[in-house]
Design a protein around this ligand. Structure first.
Ligand code: SF4
Length: 298
């Protein structure tokens, strides 16, 4: 890789020469955790867990990120492509319903090489691309045929909020284009007889404090752009003021029941299929420990 253009930042970092991009990624694949994860949506975690692999770095700059230790601080351990393949296969062997790649965009090239080697032969469970939604369509096109399930966020309708809280004023347009490409690739969602997803898109939206009007506008955007039959919608209430949230007093609290319920009402009015979260999900324990589990050689 010469000048990296993988994500919408298109920062052109020469990662193979040791430069790090805006996302924090350099020349090596950095992982913070690889484990069976029970906290995704029920159709993803199922009964045995989702084989979740947390990549270090992120192209967004969310001031409230619950995973800031790996996204902003880029905590992680370098692994080879061979080791990454071994991690995927070991999660499958332990019963994972799928391999869930979290914020893998900066490592797209390596992930594709690994999947080329093992997917469809040794690796038979679905591959999930778990993303903040800030992705380049050109990069996503390369994932066509490699990814079975997309799990993107759609965080903001308002460019102003996207700029203020995630340093990406172009987020709404970029994310809508990215999710369109994801839906085009997978088509309508498919669940197996046990309710486990085998193909499709689950669009996530996190309700933020003081943001219910923007959340309702996001639900409108999703309905207008993707309809209510093709995709599943996951409306999350787990916002917790992590990282730099205290610098922004209006988001330095959890969401109220009123705020969350007013967005739920809109989702129900549209008749989306999907998931709501118990208010009690807003706990710090929800954040997985980034302790290199599954990454350190045993
Ligand atoms: S993935 Fe990282 S290095 Fe590549 S363009 Fe985006 S921010 Fe820059």
């Amino acid at each position: 890789m010469s000048s990296c253009m993988l994500c919408p930042r298109m920062c052109g970092a020469e990662r193979s020469n040791g430069q790090r991009g805006i996302c924090g990624a350099g020349n090596e694949i950095l992982l913070a955790r690889a484990a069976l994860h029970m906290w995704e949506e029920p159709c993803i975690s199922g009964t045995r867990g989702s084989g979740t692999v947390f990549f270090s770095g992120c192209q967004l700059g969310c001031v409230f990120c619950q995973n800031y230790k790996i996204s902003a601080e880029c905590f992680g351990l370098p692994v080879t492509e061979e080791r990454l393949a071994g991690i995927f296969l070991s999660l499958q062997e332990r019963g994972a319903h799928n391999i869930n790649l979290v914020s893998a965009a900066p490592y797209t090239e390596a992930v594709l090489r690994v999947l080329d080697r093992i997917r469809g032969r040794e690796l038979t469970v679905p591959v999930v691309w778990n993303s903040g939604g800030y992705e380049r369509v050109e990069t996503l096109k390369r994932l066509n045929g490699y990814v079975d399930i997309y799990l993107p966020d759609y965080k903001y309708h308002s460019a102003e909020r996207a700029k203020k809280y995630s340093a990406a004023a172009d987020y709404p347009d970029i994310a809508l284009a990215a999710i369109s490409e994801m839906v085009r690739q997978t088509g309508k969602y498919v669940l197996d007889d046990d309710g486990i997803m085998t193909r499709g898109c689950v669009i996530r939206h996190l309700v933020m404090p003081g943001g219910r009007h923007d959340s309702i506008a996001c639900v409108d955007d999703i309905a207008q752009n993707f309809g209510t039959d093709e995709v599943l919608l996951s409306l999350m209430s787990q916002y917790t003021p992590f990282y730099r949230a205290e610098e922004f007093p209006e988001i330095n609290r959890r969401v109220t029941t009123f705020e969350y319920e007013s967005v739920c009402r809109k989702v129900r009015e549209y008749g989306f299929r999907g998931f709501f979260q118990e208010k009690s999900s807003a706990k710090e324990e929800y954040t997985p420990p980034f302790d290199l589990e599954g990454v350190l050689p045993t």
